[in-house]
Design a binder for this molecule. Structure first.
Ligand code: ACO
Length: 332
């Protein structure tokens, strides 16, 4: 896939240090070996040295170039506990509790990012999205000028003229169940930035609804209209329009009928869904019915990059998500 080739090239050009928080897991070990072989990133495997060595040997993969950090024995654990306690003491955290929590590999890897020991982290082959996001939201938090962490999928639809030769970005399909208008605007802006920095796309952003330019009236439509207005006001440099129905957003003929004045309708390559039910169902529909490749969910809006994996992921998926994380870290 052309886009992933570009992302690999970018990752290699300025190598970053990425933690694999599920460092003892087999797909992570296979991925680690491939990442090191292709010089995509320096890797820190979070886990026990002996478990990792035994599993790598059994799998016949070479991970000797990776650093290993064991949360149970690491010299950094006390610094991480101290820093975590300072960050969360107003929320009732005690040092004693913090010392226990940072022994959890996901919290440990997140503290590695926070204290600058790695540039990014990837996890989720054996944890849920919520398990991964929660430490990130509590510790790394959002980037400046970003009110929410969100996610996007790069959808590559075969034999398709919509978007950029069938490539479209869908957001938010994995994080925010019910974004407010302000949060929806922030998701649109984050996705525009991801489109530019990661995909080399000049974003044309459609704020999706079941209404086009007032064709229906409902509180849910009002939320999308308000989000569009907020996004346009805060980023007048971006091409954003709404509220638009999906067909008006991507099909020229429908756009000409329903939204002829719009500079986005009929040309959208970034689709912002009004909530997580629509976004999550929407990307899966396109993935299954149109046999699209869905790369993601890629998290955006964190102060430093953290990315999730699907529990059904392959080792190659992990390699690609690490390359994406490394490129996001370069942008930081
Ligand atoms: N951006 C920034 N900060 C956030 C966000 C966000 N989107 N969401 C929560 N927070 C912060 C809160 O402000 C809070 O901070 P604080 O503790 O410092 O005050 C902290 O994160 C925890 O907030 P909670 O509201 O307690 O969040 P919770 O832990 O309940 O859940 C989560 C957050 C995990 C993101 C939740 O919204 C969630 O589960 N989302 C859906 C995930 C999911 O299941 N996706 C679908 C599957 S993925 C797929 O199909 C590809």
């Amino acid at each position: 896939m052309e886009l992933m080739n570009e992302i690999w090239k970018k990752a290699k050009a300025d190598k970053k240090r990425i933690a694999l928080a599920e460092g003892e897991e087999e797909r992570n070990l296979k991925a680690c070996s491939k990442i090191l072989e292709n010089e995509l990133a320096d890797i820190v495997l979070v886990g026990d040295k002996k478990v990792i060595a035994d599993k790598a040997q059994k799998l016949g993969v070479n991970v000797s170039g990776a650093e290993i950090a064991n949360p149970q024995t690491s010299e950094r654990a006390s610094a991480y506990a101290e820093a975590f306690y300072e960050l969360r003491k107003k929320k009732g955290m005690t040092l004693e509790k913090a010392e226990k929590i940072v022994k959890d590999p996901l919290y440990f890897a997140t503290m590695m990012i926070k204290l600058g020991d790695v540039d990014g982290m990837v996890s989720g082959a054996i944890h849920t999205t919520g398990d991964l996001l929660r430490p990130g939201l509590q510790i790394v938090k959002t980037a400046p000028q970003t009110s929410v962490v969100s996610s996007m999928f790069i959808m590559e639809v075969p034999n398709c003229d919509y978007g950029k030769n069938g490539m479209l970005l869908f957001a938010d399909c994995a994080v925010n169940p019910q974004p407010s208008a302000e949060e929806l605007a922030s998701i649109a802006i984050s996705t525009a930035e991801t489109a530019k920095s990661l995909c080399g796309i000049d974003p044309k952003i459609a704020m999706l609804s079941f209404s086009t330019k007032g064709s229906a009236s409902h509180d849910l439509v009002d939320k999308v209209t308000k989000a569009t207005q907020i996004a346009k006001e805060s980023r007048p440099d971006l091409s954003i329009d709404g509220e638009l129905q999906l067909d008006a957003a991507i099909v020229k003929e429908v756009a000409n009928l329903k939204a002829p004045q719009s500079d986005v309708a009929g040309k959208a390559n970034v689709l912002v869904f009004p909530d997580l039910q629509a976004g999550n169902i929407g990307y899966k529909l396109v993935q299954r019915f149109a046999k699209a490749e869905a790369i993601g969910p890629i998290c955006q809006g964190f102060a430093k990059p953290i990315n999730d994996l699907s529990r059904g992921c392959s080792a190659d998926d992990i390699v690609n998500v690490v390359a994406i994380t490394a490129v996001q870290a370069q942008a930081n």
